[in-house]
Design a protein around this ligand. Structure first.
Ligand SMILES: Cc1ncc(COP(=O)(O)O)c(C=O)c1O
Length: 366
């Protein structure tokens, strides 16, 4: 089976983990701090706060802003349920919005319609690694005094106007789960330029514990609600080795995507998302399958040992988040999207096999 997504870990990660084992303390320790430093350098940002997964990065980011019951956060419906769960975990309401049909990124005009006096934040999702229109979002931040919390789970390594995603906005949250552009096994991070806010994040990620500099280890004070969201030294060890490989991972992902674009651009039954592969570090490759053929293609590929995925079931259609209104572009996309294999363990033969099978499916269908 050619997997749709897969991590790419090797000897270097094992060596780092061995060192973490030998150190013997597996909680927040020196490799977490090294990982945060390496991430800061890579992104060119002031603060990186590592946590145990991307969902908790989003939750922590909002909690530390005081977002909670009575507040609203606008989120594109076409995202992993983690984005929605992170909002509702604060007690705030995730307000579903639509996406542009050609990129599946947050539709700014639709966002504008959904801003109310209760809106505290907008959560753009850099779907598939493609950056959202941050200029327009940051203008809304200034105009309405609301925060932009980027769900950048897909977008480590992507650039926007020559700057890495994470380094140009307000607050960005990354995921390093097992299939992301880099993996820590499990992990996440909140990125921000505001150092005071980063301090709040650091205290909250370890149960609200604050220690006085120079004091005894057992001495601490707690003055607010916190969470047990810190990253372990083992996960950070994996991330450190992965971060060194990120540029080569991005190159390989782009190479595969360019091959796909070349192969599929002239198939009338397939739509491709508008993407600039000179800027984007692609996380998933999503095609739009026209004429109601998506499920047929999915089964055909499964029969040929090619796994596919569906990113994602729109959240406003889940009973828990039912919006009571429809989102036309999102719903149309839901009928057509198909995620085909993209990861660094794919061989050239795997890529060719995916291409040939998809071409075979459409051959003769006009
Ligand atoms: C768009 C998006 N947001 C958030 C998350 C949550 O990240 P994690 O799995 O690390 O909790 C994911 C992970 O799949 C994601 O794809």
């Amino acid at each position: 089976m050619i997997k749709v997504s897969q991590g790419c870990l090797g000897e270097e990660e094992l060596q780092e983990v061995k060192e973490a084992f030998e150190y013997g303390y597996f909680g927040h320790a020196y490799k977490v701090e090294q990982f945060e430093e390496a991430l800061k350098q890579y992104l060119g940002v002031a603060n990186a706060v590592a946590v145990n997964n991307g969902t908790n990065a989003l939750h922590l980011a909002m909690d530390a802003l005081g977002i909670g019951p009575g507040d609203e956060v606008i989120v594109p419906s076409l995202t992993f349920v983690a984005s929605f769960q992170a909002v509702s975990a604060t007690g705030a309401k995730p307000v579903s919005c639509d996406v542009y049909p050609d990129t599946l990124l947050i539709d700014i005009d639709d966002v504008k319609k959904r801003i109310t006096s209760r809106t505290r934040a907008i959560m753009p999702v850099h779907y598939a690694g493609n950056p959202c229109d941050m200029d327009k979002l940051l203008a809304l931040k200034a105009e309405h005094g609301i925060r932009i919390i980027e769900d950048a789970a897909h977008a480590l390594g992507s650039e926007y106007q020559g700057k890495k995603v994470g380094g140009f906005g307000d607050i960005s949250c990354f995921s390093f789960d097992s299939i992301k552009n880099i993996s820590c096994g499990e992990g996440g991070a909140v990125i921000c330029q505001d150092t005071e806010y980063a301090e709040v994040l650091r205290v909250k990620r370890t149960l609200g514990i604050e220690r006085k500099p120079g004091g005894e280890r057992w001495q601490y004070e707690v003055s607010e609600q916190g969470f047990r969201y810190h990253m372990s030294n083992i996960n950070a060890a994996i991330g450190l080795a992965q971060l060194k490989k990120l540029n080569s991972f991005v190159d390989r992902r782009r190479e595969i995507c360019r091959k796909y674009v070349q192969a599929f651009q002239n198939i009338p039954g397939i739509g491709l998302l508008r993407t600039n592969y000179n800027e984007v570090a692609p996380h998933v490759f999503v095609i739009l399958v026209k004429d109601g053929l998506r499920n047929g293609l999915m089964s055909f590929l499964r029969d040929h040992e090619i796994e596919t995925g569906l990113n994602y079931i729109p959240n406003h259609l889940h009973p828990y988040y039912n919006s009571g209104y429809s989102l036309p572009a999102t719903e149309k996309a839901y009928d057509e999207i198909l995620t085909i294999p993209l990861h660094c363990r794919m061989t050239d033969n795997d890529v060719d096999e995916v291409i040939v099978r998809i071409q075979e499916f459409f051959n003769g269908r006009g």
